[in-house]
Design a protein around this ligand. Structure first.
Ligand code: S3P
Length: 451
């Protein structure tokens, strides 16, 4: 197991309205895929706006270890010289995935159809997460996997080349599983097919097409069928990564709950497989205005102007879950300030993210003075009708190596009678290294505490 950095406790206190205009880092899902696909393409790709968080840097390091030439220019643009599909080299050392489930599962897909063996290791959080969901289809394609008990990391995968194309129906709505199978299909003769009863984020499909892969998507009454023609030749691309809606969500909720706030978040990805949080917050009465919609690298982006507004409790529609799966922790924070009791069910998957986000948020909000009922698949949260939270006082809420728990509770502290203290804010660096600087720029009060 790899070591997490030393804990960095953080205290957040209320500081009045948040105002200003900010940009968020590049989308995490697109950043991982940009590096992976560029590393498999022939020629030199350029990536602008790459998220330089720890998770994405783990993907970059792994692709380098398998032969790609990846460099960051002084202008912040990344250059990637790919090895070509089929050209990945045997890594000399274990691939350190840190905290990143996306790196792990997508890279397992790539290794599965190359004639190489790779060992994947990760931190304490990642080492608890289930890998059977990717091992199972990849083993059907011919990969051989030895994993720690419970199909967890550390695990070693021996790829098979040529692998066997499969027709796979996703048993769980997961873009990571879909992508792992499609990525394995890139170097596999024939057509690899994934059937997706419930749509999940479609960045792999869009980007693979952009890189020149032959990929068809059919919409049927039973869901989407994605067919990838294997032994693909990917051509280098210039990519601009749009702003991450999952990072923007923290400012959407912060501006909604802190009286007097008026915040604009620029250039946010508006792909409909990712905007469930905007739908849910608007249902609660949030004032979110999307302006200047435009195309960036084949995706729509917009600037989001968010002003404080009184929120009302809702029953969160379970069919929004795939399009806002990473935003539940911060939605729970919004619910804590709403009028009435918000019920969010049908989100079992939250139990197997970087932490068990249902239990983690029940405990954290409880410690900050919110009345919460935990269900097996979600939470019911009694909102405070705009009143500040009591706060956690001297007690520290546990972030459990989960960046989104840490950032969500930091947002909760922005409208709180006493401080909200977080035991460890270091995990924020996995997806949003500039989060605390940006919060301070908008007017938030954050102070580092002694460990
Ligand atoms: C991701 C898919 C989601 C999401 C994760 C990123 C991706 O996971 O939670 O943060 O980039 O494909 P699942 O596919 O497991 O739902």
């Amino acid at each position: 197991m790899t070591q997490a950095p030393p804990p960095r406790p953080l205290s957040v206190t209320a500081a009045g309205p948040l105002t200003g205009s900010v940009t968020v880092p590049g989308d995490k899902s697109i950043s991982h895929r940009a590096l992976m696909f560029a590393a498999l393409a022939v020629g030199e790709s350029r990536i602008e706006g790459l998220l330089e968080g720890e998770d994405v840097l783990a993907t970059a390091a792994a692709m380098r270890a398998m032969g790609a030439d990846i460099r960051r220019g002084d202008d912040g643009i990344w250059g990637v010289h790919g090895v070509g599909v089929g050209g990945l080299l045997q890594p000399a050392v274990a691939l350190d995935m840190g905290n990143s489930g996306t790196s792990t599962r997508l890279l397992m897909g790539l290794v599965a159809s190359h004639p190489i063996t790779a060992t994947f290791v990760g931190d304490a959080s990642l080492s608890k997460r289930p890998m059977a969901r990717v091992i199972e289809p990849l083993a059907r394609m011919g990969a051989d996997v030895t994993a720690a008990p419970g199909d967890r990391l550390p695990l070693t995968m021996r790829g098979l080349c040529p692998a066997v194309a499969i027709d796979y129906t996703l048993p769980v709505a997961s873009a990571q599983v879909k992508s792992a199978v499609l990525l394995a299909g890139l170097n596999t003769p024939g057509i690899t097919r994934v059937r997706e009863p419930i749509p999940t984020r479609d960045h792999s499909e869009r980007m693979l097409r952009g890189f020149g892969a032959a990929l068809d998507v059919e919409e049927t009454p039973d869901g989407r069928i994605i067919s990838l023609h294997g032994e693909a030749a990917l051509r280098a691309q210039d990519i601009v990564v749009p702003g991450d809606p999952s990072s923007a969500a923290f400012w959407m909720v912060a501006a909604s709950i802190v009286p007097g706030s008026d915040v604009t978040v620029r250039s946010v990805l508006m792909n409909p497989t990712r905007t469930g949080i905007i739908t849910a917050l608007r249902m609660m009465g949030a004032s979110i205005e999307a302006v200047g919609e435009r195309d960036v690298g084949g995706e729509t982006v917009a600037d989001l102007r968010v002003r404080h507004a009184p929120l009302s409790a809702i029953e969160v529609p379970p069919d929004l879950a795939p399009s806002m799966i990473d935003e539940y922790p911060v939605l729970f924070v919004a619910a804590a300030f709403a009028r009435g009791t918000t019920v969010a069910r049908g989100a079992h998957e939250l139990r197997v993210k970087e932490s068990d986000r249902i239990a983690a948020m029940a405990a954290a909000l409880g410690l900050a003075g919110v009345s919460v009922v935990e269900h097996d698949d979600g939470l019911s949260i009694a909102g405070r009708d705009g009143d500040p939270l009591p706060g956690s006082g001297g007690a520290r809420v546990a972030s459990l190596l989960d960046h989104r728990i840490a950032m969500s509770m930091a947002v909760a502290g922005m409208h709180s009678a006493r401080a909200v203290a977080i035991d460890d804010a270091a995990p924020i660096a996995t997806s949003y290294p500039a989060f605390i600087d940006t919060a301070r720029l908008l007017g938030a009060h954050m102070t580092w505490l002694n460990a």
